[in-house]
Design a protein around this ligand. Structure first.
Ligand code: ZN
Length: 183
């Protein structure tokens, strides 16, 4: 275990002992009836809620590398469907951000690093033989705006997303937190 994680576990004990959780108590239902699909970028961890004035209980936030939907029946879409039908979400905000690490990912570079860490050529061949387009899957996107538009459209056109849910596309400045509308 890293010293960072050890410290985190220590901090957690203090947090609970000192009952600092009290100000965070809320329900599983998002008060602002909004779900946000965003990137896991560390610059957004505290910036995103601060820049949108979100407190605990306000919204559902779904995060992954790039804020992407790589499969129409994968985890992200399922999360959105649960958020809509079970938790009362009425708006979805697809939130890209500037300087995203998923833009222009060099898949050859990642594969080289995998090999250095013990993944073999055989492993990669086996995955490709299963019909997985590894490079395409790892790649991410080439342009943040295009990616947000594509994701918004894939939600809008999904057969299980009702038409009364509004899908919005924005890009957040990773430094200032400013939102810019994309679609
Ligand atoms: Zn990102």
């Amino acid at each position: 275990m890293s010293k960072f994680l050890e410290q985190i576990l220590e901090d957690n004990k203090c947090f609970v002992q000192e009952e600092r959780f009290e100000e965070f108590i809320t329900t599983k239902y998002p008060d602002k009836k909004l779900a946000i699909l965003a990137c896991m970028d560390t610059r957004l961890t505290a910036l995103l809620p601060a820049a949108l004035n979100l407190k605990n209980g306000d919204v559902k936030i779904i995060k992954n590398a790039g804020g992407l939907i790589s499969h129409p029946f994968g985890e992200v879409t399922r999360s959105l469907i649960v958020a809509i039908y079970e938790l009362g979400v009425e708006d979805i905000l697809v939130l890209g951000h500037t300087d995203c690490g998923m833009r222009g990912i060099d898949t050859t570079h990642i594969e080289k690093k995998m090999m250095e860490r013990g993944i073999t050529e055989n492993d990669l061949t086996m995955i490709r033989n299963c019909g997985i387009e590894l490079e395409k899957w790892l790649h991410g996107f080439d342009d943040e705006e295009e990616s947000v538009i594509k994701t918004v459209n894939s939600i809008r056109n999904h057969p299980l997303i009702p038409e009364d849910v509004n899908i919005h596309g924005y890009i957040m400045d990773s430094v200032t937190g400013e939102l810019n509308e994309v679609c």
